[in-house]
Design a protein around this ligand. Structure first.
Ligand code: ATP
Length: 425
């Protein structure tokens, strides 16, 4: 339908990027394919007025499919149609862009856009396997446009970058390259790896990692890529590959994987599985926090802020050193379960998990026991019971209930009768 609408106006329409790659991969593997993200590009017009062709097409499609939400991104001449939980389509995202070239006024900046042909549009992309197009309009509908050898690279299982300077222009491409390599079980082609190492050695990643008001869009893209990687099942291999390439420097120049981080990440996975049902645990974010905590304390908050992590995550990373020291100092001297509860209940679950990862085996077991057992113990009496027993409601309730909880945690009382006797005393 989109192709007919384009054809009616004398334009060409192409399916481009990831959907073409995934279509060809599924064909090679004779596997199933579920595409949720469709990128279309309109091309073939001559008037500059048609620069908004993608938007015009999206508007027409939206009239035919009112269930879709239309989003227009003016600065980039693109529009998106979104179906969310649609009974027929489930979730689907269709981006419609006008063929374009991008200019980078300085390294690591956001692209500026100008109308251009499909070849140039594909030429600005990252990897050969992502730079193919499938023509959707006649004549030659169904033809594959593969100017840069993407199909051969798919068959040879290679991630090959299009331009030597690609990683200097946009450092997040290294994360994308790694993500595709690990996800598809491909190799990063040797020359591409050299370009990556060259970019890293040139210091472009150091600049990205510093606080830099000129590159907030880059930090946003970096965060999106990190999220993508850290929530995928292959996150560990991707992290290892990023580290081998020296690309964790993009987060901070001193960040490197070592045995200790890997051990902690393994422990973290056990915690995440155990507390999987807890809404407070965002897995990719916890993995990122566990990484960032390995930086010197003075860098943690800054890195979290640069990456625009959630407020609670930034606060946790800033407060970690203080909280950790406090627990290390006080937990060993807790004699009774009630003291453990008193100390640990001031921290949220993610903070306690992070503290546990850094603790000795003995203290980790204490924290674990608190999280799995002690934290779930409720006072034997509640406010209602106190009322029935004749206590006047007021602020003293909190203290009384705390005392009852402490007594039941320390096994001084075991049931309601004992609790009432305890209160009477
Ligand atoms: P995925 O399946 O992970 O979504 P994708 O290739 O569809 O993979 P998108 O992020 O949706 O990934 O990008 C769509 C297309 O846009 C890519 O296939 C690529 O051609 C191009 N692209 C995306 N990000 C960049 C970038 N940083 N530099 C150059 N081209 C990019």
């Amino acid at each position: 339908i989109a192709s007919q609408a384009a054809q009616k106006r004398g334009w060409h329409l192409y399916l481009v990027g990831g959907a073409v790659r995934d279509l060809l991969l599924a064909k090679e593997a004779a596997g199933d394919l579920m595409i949720k993200d469709i990128d279309l590009v309109v091309d073939g017009f001559h008037k500059t007025a048609d620069v908004g062709a993608g938007v015009e097409l999206a508007k027409e499609l939206q009239q035919l499919y009112p269930a879709a939400r239309l989003e227009i991104h003016g600065a980039f001449q693109t529009a998106a149609l979104l179906w969310h939980n649609d009974p027929e389509l489930d979730s689907l995202w269709v981006d419609i862009a006008t063929a374009r070239t991008e200019f980078y006024p300085y390294p690591a900046a956001n692209p500026e856009v100008e109308a251009s042909s499909i070849r140039q549009d594909l030429y600005r992309r990252d990897f050969t396997i992502n730079a193919m197009a499938l023509r959707l309009t006649p004549p030659r509908a169904g033809e594959l446009l593969d100017f840069f050898g993407g199909l051969l690279d798919l068959q040879a299982k290679q991630i090959r970058v299009l331009h030597p300077n690609s990683f200097i222009e946009d450092p997040t491409r290294i994360y994308r390259g790694v993500r595709f390599a690990v996800r598809f079980g491909f190799e990063i082609e040797p020359q591409t790896e050299e370009f990556i190492r060259y970019a890293i050695n040139s210091g472009v990643y150091d600049r990205t990692a510093q606080e830099n008001s000129r590159t907030p869009a880059l930090q946003t893209r970096l965060k999106a890529e990190l999220k993508h990687i850290l929530e995928a099942p292959y996150w560990k291999s991707a992290l290892q590959l990023l580290d081998n390439l020296g690309a964790l420097q993009c987060i901070h120049p001193t960040l490197k994987l070592d045995e200790e981080i890997l051990r902690q990440l393994r422990l973290l996975e056990r915690c995440l599985r155990r507390f999987d049902s807890q809404q407070t645990l965002i897995h990719w974010q916890m993995r990122l926090e566990a990484l960032v905590i390995h930086l010197a304390p003075e860098y943690r908050g800054k890195v979290a802020q640069n990456l625009q992590l959630q407020e609670d995550s930034i606060a946790r990373l800033k407060k970690f050193a203080q909280s950790f020291n406090q627990v290390m100092e006080l937990l060993p001297s807790c004699q009774h379960p009630s003291q453990v509860v008193q100390l640990l209940r001031q921290y949220d679950l993610p903070m306690l998990i992070l503290i546990a990862l850094h603790s000795s085996r003995f203290l980790r077991q204490q924290i674990w026991y608190y999280l799995t057992v002690l934290a779930n113990i409720q006072p034997i009496l509640n406010g209602n019971d106190l009322k029935i027993l004749g206590y006047k409601p007021g602020p003293q309730y909190r203290q009384i209930l705390d005392d009852i909880l402490a007594a039941s945690l320390d096994k001084v009382i075991k049931n309601k009768v004992e609790a009432e006797e305890f209160l009477a005393k």
